[in-house]
Design a protein around this ligand. Sequence first.
Ligand code: GLN
Length: 516
Amino acid sequence: MESMSIHELTATELIQRLESGDLTSVEVVRSFLDRIEQFDEKVQAFLRVESQRALSDAERIDQRRRGGDPVGRLAGLPVAVKDVICTEGQPTTCASRMLQHFTPPYDATVIRRLKQADAILIGKTNMDEFAMGGTTESSTLATTCNPWDLQRVPGGSSGGAAACLAAGMAPLSIGSDTGGSIRQPASFCGVHGLKPTYGLVSRYGLIAFASSLDQIGPLARNAEDLALLLEVLAGHDPSDSTSANLPVPEYSQLVSQPLDGLTLGVVREHFGEGLDSEVQAAVREALRVYESLGATVKDISLPHSRYAIATYYIIACCEASSNLARYDGVHYGYRTDEAAMLADLVAEQRALASRGEATALDDIDSPLVRMYRQTRSEGFGAEVKRRIMLGTYALSHGYYDAYYVKALKVRRLIRNDFDAAFREVDLIAGPVAPTPAYRLGEKTEDPLAMYLGDLYTVSANLAGICALSVPCGLSSDGLPIGLQLQGPPLDEQRLLRAARMYQAVTDWHTRRPEGF
Ligand code: GLN
């Protein structure tokens, strides 16, 4: 087979050819490495590419296959991993100066699962710093461009994960979604992305942003591949206390069964102010496609959805301020260069203290606190600092009840809205994002405008339900548009089947950006 066309095959097709002996894993890996070599200078989806390691892993799998040994579900298939997920012995940076030189001593559970399935880790992908953002522009290490228009953002925070699929530089990738970070970049880059139900995929080894919202999930170029990767990632993990102890459905088998009598809810509040007319038209057209497949479309209301952004940004920032307290220059990662000097100052102060002359170690200008402050102000970028400050404020004495506790109560009301809606409909369909991909720099000066882009995605995280993004159109500028499907907790199989049904009668998922 010509190496030029390997990247055009789906993961499912690649597996078949690897199994039949039509292709070797070395050929597959080499072909994707060639694509990365050719295109990643432009796209910058990867922070690091593990060429040597990937090739030697591929070699080993080919040998095992030749020797007739059993191999895993994803044997020989390259997978790209967002750089928020710990990989033993390979740097994991969160696209932050703070962790730029951090190498985890262990693998995240999802990485262990990928390795058990004999997948090949091809590299780590770019993201917003600590997964905070919607464009990947807050990465301090690289600027990822959208393959559909290199002047535009790939979305975020899993921008690299989506862009590498769109550019044919990997057949599968994994990301994380705290408020839309898998679905929105998938939508901006014309690929599929799924945020699993809270608890379905282990977060052990996922660097925490907002622990009550974070989920790891798959990105792929079609529904079958998404189902296959989810099946590998999902499952109980005693190392994550929020992990659901349930058997994993056979998503890869279920995905091809069409749904009879599907009822789709369309949320009234999702079609209001701010929704781009082309996105609206594409989503409405997708609903007509579902009707032509026998689905019933029903108007529903999620009355508290207008509070979702405020609720999400309070809770996410509060949890972030707590989770990111660990980056103090002592335990992890970056420490200001002044540290040596400061250490001397600490020693000096201690000596003073022992003579009873001063006890200033808890003073905000004490050398120790200066070291913390300097480290954190140099190690974190502006967006991360903004969120730490917002969260610390909202959690502080006097504001805790007014902001944090109130946000938790509204979160419950948002969940109740979904529970009520799912008594009436099977799934909810609507836009992923109010507009297609922004121009690079368009939103960086206006954090609130950036936050508003998360309007349709954050509720799924607040409610802990599952949701995915399916390509459903192109704008007049040739930019991808995504359809979001949301489902009740643990109903991923239905989401995937609905996505597959749509894909069977449309070809949006087969479109590729020009020049790639
Ligand atoms: N864009 C959202 C935010 O900035 C979501 C991020 C995410 O899901 N990690 O918080």
